[in-house]
Design a protein around this ligand. Structure first.
Ligand SMILES: [Zn+2]
Length: 228
């Protein structure tokens, strides 16, 4: 069984078919949408980070330290995190590059966004494809606008589930997310990066009206777990 739990904003906990626990962009402490019960992880086997902004990097280094697990990130950001989690080029990917990890293959994808860490250049913002052995393939868009190369991600990796930002202002909103869903072609979309602050005005209801026929929108409440 594969389950995905939304921890508010762009943070997710993925529990894989083999029972491994993966945190994606785990901004927990300071995240106004993170349920209190999720603030202190019990265990973690890997952490995936899309870019260096605080609302994504969040507690990633602390989780990786606490559980001595890999922290995967784009190469420049991973280099900057070496002071906290040690240098390990096997955990530093770049766009188009993949890696076998636990019962997954993870691939870094393009995203149209910026990235920085403590005010420094931190490479480029990315997304992930996560291919689970004996489970679905996820596409985590990260922070991005819509871009036509999403079609290539759909063609190459055939994701079953696409996690898309919908909040507007810092990322795409529902109008672009609907076209992103069409380009990616995944039958299920999970809404992310919305409702955290008043600036993020995009809603699942607005997206639902615009989605291509046959695409199911999943909008769990913070702390709610989806079976994928
Ligand atoms: Zn963000």
């Amino acid at each position: 069984m594969t389950t995905l739990t939304w921890l508010g904003h762009a943070a997710f906990r993925l529990d894989t078919p083999a029972g491994h626990r993966v945190y994606i962009d785990p901004w927990l402490n300071g995240n106004p949408s993170c349920p209190p019960s999720e603030l202190e992880p019990e265990r973690a086997d890997a952490v995936l980070v899309t870019h260096g902004h605080d609302d994504h990097l969040g507690d990633a280094a602390e989780i990786a330290q606490a559980f001595a697990c890999p922290l995967i990130a784009q190469v420049e950001l991973r280099g900057l995190l070496a002071e906290k989690v040690g240098e390990d080029m096997s955990q530093a990917l770049n766009k188009g590059g993949g890696k076998d990890l636990l019962d997954m293959r993870v691939v870094l994808t393009h995203a149209n966004h910026s990235s920085s860490y403590n005010g420094s250049y931190a490479g480029e913002s990315c997304g992930y494809v996560i291919e689970l052995a004996g489970g679905p393939t996820l596409y985590v868009a990260g922070d991005t606008n819509v871009f036509s190369d999403m079609q290539l991600i759909g063609r190459i990796y055939l994701p079953d589930v696409a996690i898309l930002p919908i909040g507007d202002h810092f990322t795409m909103g529902p109008r672009e997310a609907a076209v992103a869903a069409e380009l990616i072609g995944a039958p299920r979309v999970v809404a992310s990066h919305y409702a955290t602050f008043p600036l993020l005005t995009g809603t699942p209801d607005a997206l639902r009206e615009l989605l291509p026929t046959g695409v199911e929108l999943l909008a769990p409440a913070p702390g709610e777990t989806l079976e994928l």
